[in-house]
Design a binder for this molecule. Structure first.
Ligand code: ZN
Ligand code: ZN
Length: 133
């Protein structure tokens, strides 16, 4: 199932051809600042399935020295995707149109969560990332 989404102003649009493989809420301080919110919700994808279908020229990427990056619309500021070493590995679940077919399965980086936000659901929480399986 292809997933489509886009930014607030409508200039940037994307497609994920192969659908999404899972989702999580990230409470790390970087995502909190980038979103201006208690946490950021991402859905994972196969980078080969992802493409910008409109407005790619408006997409800006803020990348840190760790190789993690955030894609956002330079016109309206919508946070659209997460990158690792320049490759889109996740999209922000809030920018998906319709039912994304996944729901968040866990909270990550709960060790750095905002002191003013209480997690009140029952999905698993990890101080950083879930242990590798
Ligand atoms: Zn926009
Ligand atoms: Zn994060």
């Amino acid at each position: 199932m292809a997933i489509n989404g886009g930014c607030l102003c409508g200039r940037v649009r994307y497609e994920v051809a192969g659908g999404l493989s899972g989702a999580d809420h990230c409470h790390c301080s970087r995502c909190r600042r980038q979103h201006g919110a208690a946490f950021a919700t991402y859905a994972d994808l196969d980078p080969a399935d992802f493409r910008w279908t409109a407005g790619a020229a408006f997409v800006k990427v803020y990348e840190t020295s760790s190789g993690a990056g955030w894609c956002f619309c330079s016109e309206c500021g919508s946070s659209l995707a997460g990158t690792v070493n320049g490759e889109v590995t996740a999209i922000t679940l809030g920018t998906v149109e319709g039912d994304p077919g996944v729901t968040p399965g866990f909270h990550i980086f709960v060790g750095s969560r905002a002191p003013w936000y209480e997690i009140s659901d029952d999905i698993p929480q990890f101080d950083e990332r879930p242990p590798a399986t």
